[in-house]
Write a protein that binds this ligand. Structure first.
Ligand SMILES: [Zn+2]
Length: 346
């Protein structure tokens, strides 16, 4: 028979050694289950998406901009030199979607995990330095440039400095027409056929900048010799209207396209070169796209393509041509067609 004291001793011991551990274990198990059931914090939505084109090059698309431009931006990574070359900067992240939190291109590049990049940001923590080439000065390619101009070189064409001067940029970028603030930055103007040298004369690249006036006087192309990739901005693309502003010039455009065809043709295995454009078209066979776009333009000039539509914009008569199958479309002031026919005696 236990005394009261013995009974109380064994009661406390039983609670301490058997019941408390059981309760602890049950609580721990429940906590673990709760943790497992906890949803991942939702990824922050971004105005941009990115996918890999080659081992060192990514395509970034501004997918929901208010201008419906959906510009293509390219990021070429030079891992050894810890540099990243950006081709254009997009529309500045302006979007109608209020759930989009990341609207700055630089934040996207430095913080958003990209599945095609092993789940890591393209330039995690901003470890690589930037250089930016603007293929031309239209607003849908320059509105993100200030994010990089604070600490990085910005390269533009040296072909027509007055076209992109601070006085003329608001008009020629179309920012003035759209009532949006024109970005301010100090570009380095690059001569024709310059090999891009980033940051120091020792950090040279096999990327060559070419003046390709036509769509605009300041249009440039980049030829990446290592990757056999040609970047042509808005000189041309497939399945989207090629649009010339009033400052365009079709004769110069033909000269530029002929130069690009010649450049690609002279490389070893020219058929393997790829073309990347400012909208819609990426990783397409360069030679074929260049030649077929040129053929379409010559058909337009020769009167073989009929005018599909006319429209007056800001007092200027625009015409549109649509190739059967719609691979190529052209919208431009009619004056440019008439001037080209006269100059080329077509
Ligand atoms: Zn554009």
């Amino acid at each position: 028979m236990l005394t009261l004291a013995e009974f109380l001793f064994w009661l406390v011991a039983g609670i301490y050694f058997y019941i408390l551990p059981f309760v602890d274990r049950t609580i721990a198990d429940a906590d673990a289950r709760d943790l497992e059931a906890q949803p991942e914090p939702p990824a922050r939505r971004s105005a941009f998406v990115a996918r890999r084109l080659t081992p060192t090059t990514f395509l970034i698309v501004e997918h929901d901009d208010i201008f419906d431009e959906h510009p293509f931006i390219y990021a070429r990574i030079f891992a050894e030199a810890k540099k990243i070359l950006l081709v254009d900067t997009g529309c500045g992240g302006r979007t109608r979607d209020r759930t989009i939190e990341i609207t700055r291109l630089r934040e996207f590049i430095e913080t958003v995990c990209i599945p095609d990049n092993g789940g890591r940001p393209l330039n995690e923590g901003g470890r690589m330095e930037y250089a930016v080439v603007l293929t031309h000065c239209h607003y849908d390619h320059i509105l993100g440039v200030e994010q990089f101009a604070v600490d990085s070189p910005i390269y533009q064409s040296g072909h027509s400095p007055s076209f992109i001067s601070p006085d003329n940029l608001p008009k020629n970028s179309l920012c003035e027409h759209l009532s949006i603030r024109t970005p301010t930055f100090e570009p380095s103007l690059v001569p024709h056929r310059s090999r891009l040298i980033f940051f120091s004369p020792r950090a040279t690249t096999n990327v060559v900048l070419l003046h390709t006036p036509g769509h605009t006087p300041d249009e440039v192309a980049l030829w990446d010799e290592d990757e056999k990739m040609l970047y042509v901005g808005d000189t041309l693309y497939e399945y989207e209207p090629i649009i010339f502003p009033n400052e365009g010039n079709i004769v110069q455009w033909l000269w530029s396209v002929n130069m690009l065809i010649d450049l690609v043709w002279r490389t070893p295995l020219p058929e393997s070169a790829m073309i990347n454009c400012g909208h819609r078209t990426a990783m397409r066979p360069a030679l074929d796209v260049l030649r077929t776009t040129k053929a379409f333009m010559l058909d337009v000039l020769a009167g073989k393509e009929k005018i599909h539509r006319r429209e007056t914009r800001r007092g200027i008569e625009y015409v549109e041509y649509v190739q059967p199958g719609q691979r190529y479309r052209l919208i431009c002031p009619e004056r440019l067609i008439l001037e080209a026919r006269e100059q080329l005696e077509i």
